[in-house]
Ligand binder design. Structure first.
Ligand SMILES: CC(C)(COP(=O)(O)OP(=O)(O)OC[C@H]1O[C@@H](n2cnc3c(N)ncnc32)[C@H](O)[C@@H]1OP(=O)(O)O)[C@@H](O)C(=O)NCCC(=O)NCCS
Length: 195
């Protein structure tokens, strides 16, 4: 588990960070619907309705989107979205994050950010982006810690980071982290039609 979670203090077991199976994507939808108004505004650059979130999740495609989640005591409380931007080479991806209100500022966003960067490297993504509100200081802190360059773009802040390609270490790191996470908190296959 990453350094940001070493001092986990929110009570309960240490969070499990792992990739979501596509058949688990309804957990993601339920998580987004639990976001409060401020978190929705920061995540979607506007105060979006439940209907907007339903449409957003419905439109998601497993060919361009990978979801990573942080589970706290078995419930999905934070998600990192990894969206491939186009079919160009070298590949580029946009990252987005959502942490439920009561679980913010406890290292989950940082842990997901690191996990998505390793995933991006291992998929030969050479540049990742985030788009964030100008006042979103937590997101900016996480981005800068990882070396992202932030610049103002049309009223929003865009973060950009050039990545190295995969290494033996980065591939093994992802395999190890995913293996450990599945060991600790695997999906219940009987609840996953079409998994
Ligand atoms: C932004 C968000 C993803 C961050 O995740 P998080 O789990 O709350 O953040 P973390 O605890 O991992 O890290 C927060 C960092 O910001 C720092 N921080 C907290 N408040 C801060 C402030 N007011 N100013 C500057 N830094 C601040 C923390 O100290 C921490 O840095 P550190 O690890 O170096 O100490 C989360 O709060 C969230 O989902 N917000 C709503 C949706 C959103 O903003 N999404 C991002 C746009 S896509």
């Amino acid at each position: 588990m990453g350094e940001a979670l070493e001092s986990w203090s929110a009570g309960g077991g240490e969070p499990v960070v792992r990739r979501l199976w596509w058949a688990e994507r309804d957990l993601w939808r339920q998580h987004l619907l639990r976001l409060g108004p401020e978190a929705r505004r920061d995540r979607f650059a506007g105060l979006v309705s439940d209907a907007f979130i339903e449409r957003y999740c419905q439109a998601a495609s497993p060919f361009t989107l990978a979801l990573f989640g942080a589970f706290v005591d078995g419930t999905l409380r934070a998600v990192g979205e990894f969206a491939l931007l186009d079919r160009d080479w070298p590949r580029q991806a946009e990252l987005a994050f959502s942490v439920e209100d009561a679980w913010q500022n406890q290292g989950l966003g940082s842990a997901l950010f690191r996990r998505l960067l390793v995933h991006a490297r291992n998929h030969s993504v050479r540049r990742v982006y985030i788009v964030s509100e100008p006042g979103n200081l937590r997101m900016h802190r996480i981005a800068r810690k990882s070396g992202m360059v932030l610049s103002a773009e049309a009223g929003e802040l865009e973060g950009r980071l050039e990545l190295l390609g995969p290494s033996y270490f980065s591939v093994m790191e992802e395999m190890f982290e995913e293996g450990m996470a599945l060991w600790r908190q695997a999906p219940d296959l009987s609840l996953l039609p079409g998994a």
